[in-house]
Write a protein that binds this ligand. Structure first.
Ligand SMILES: Cc1cc2nc3c(=O)[nH]c(=O)nc-3n(C[C@H](O)[C@H](O)[C@H](O)COP(=O)(O)O)c2cc1C
Length: 311
């Protein structure tokens, strides 16, 4: 049974009918299958987390080196390594169900059919709150970003996933486009219940001694504080273009960072890279949001969503 926790009621948010005790969510790929964090933080305090991208069949990802540190962030080219949707249901979901936190299954495929197959398998997994469609991974040659950067193919996949899914559908946007609102509008129009943004930004790092890329894949996805202003700008733009709720992601490391996204238009936020250097960062952000509400006498944090003034 989940332990009784005194959640701060001011932080509760609802997205597509799902209630989160607070808007702080562990980001896909940086939070394992959730259980890895159970000894480091109290998962019952966490609003939710997104699993590593799950595919219909297990994947081994790209060969090493797959991670490089950069100023204010990191480049990764993991390449969707995961245990597969069936093993997730069998091995990870039963212990996860003991915790009072929303489980978001992040879904990946190389083709539309792959995504639909993974969702169909996951529909049998009791305890999953929603799906997050990763159509924005830059570290694979098919699927991912290839689908997410084209408004037409993103809309087509969203429609198929919406039909296959028995749960709310979050679609994760790629920042590697000129105008993020074009694809956001198409995806929202195709039936997405929520949009999350951003995934990583394509980058590269070169070893000057070997004159080879420092990642085996060549390029990688940039994440961490270095990308935050880009992510905030995109949340601001998308909030003006669509009516569905948004989850802001990108370089969040403290409550002030989270508030930037919320004021720009996000209902909830995800924290990724910061978990690597501080595994307790999610708890600190929750406490910081409560302190902000207390200090400014805010009765409901969600009253700040899209409260930005540009005059
Ligand atoms: C090592 C690593 C693996 C990731 N794997 C996934 C993934 O499987 N699916 C996905 O949608 N996003 C994945 N992401 C992207 C993150 O969820 C997040 O969108 C991105 O890192 C930006 O947030 P951050 O700056 O807080 O890390 C990954 C990021 C990192 C650093």
């Amino acid at each position: 049974m989940a332990e009784a926790i005194n959640h701060d009621p001011r932080l509760a948010v609802e997205i597509a009918g799902i209630r989160f005790n607070n808007p702080v969510i562990g980001a896909s790929g940086t939070f394992g299958y959730g259980l890895e964090f159970a000894e480091l933080i109290d998962l019952n305090r966490l609003g939710g987390f997104a699993t590593k991208g799950l595919s219909a069949r297990p994947l081994s990802g790209n060969p090493p080196p797959r991670i490089v540190e950069t100023h204010g962030g990191m480049l990764n080219a993991i390449g969707l390594q995961n245990i597969g949707a069936r093993a997730f249901i069998k091995e990870k979901l039963p212990p996860l169900r003991r915790y009072d936190t929303r489980i978001i299954a992040n879904v990946f495929g190389y083709s539309d059919d792959d995504y639909v197959e993974a969702i169909t398998i996951l529909n049998d997994g009791e305890g999953i709150a929603a799906y997050e469609l990763n159509i924005s991974c830059p570290n694979v040659k098919e699927g991912g970003i290839v689908i997410g950067n084209s408004p037409e193919s993103a809309a087509r996949l969203t429609e198929k996933a919406r039909r296959a899914s028995t749960r709310p559908l979050i679609v994760k946007l790629s920042p590697n486009v000129t105008d993020v609102t074009l694809v956001a509008r198409e995806i929202a129009g195709a039936g997405a219940d929520c949009l999350s943004l951003i995934n990583t930004i394509v980058g590269m790092s070169v070893d000057v001694n070997t004159r080879r890329p420092r990642l085996s894949y060549g390029t990688g996805g940039l994440s961490g504080p270095a990308i935050r202003p880009i992510a905030v700008r995109m949340v601001y733009e998308v909030a003006r273009a669509v009516d569905v709720p948004l989850i802001g992601i990108g370089g969040i490391a403290c409550a002030t960072d989270a508030l930037e996204f919320i004021i720009a238009g996000a209902t909830a936020i995800q924290i990724g890279t910061a978990n690597y250097y501080d595994p307790t960062v999610t708890m600190k952000v929750i406490d910081g949001l409560s302190a902000h509400c207390q200090r400014d006498r805010i009765k409901a944090l969600n009253s700040l969503t899209k409260s930005i003034s540009t005059e």
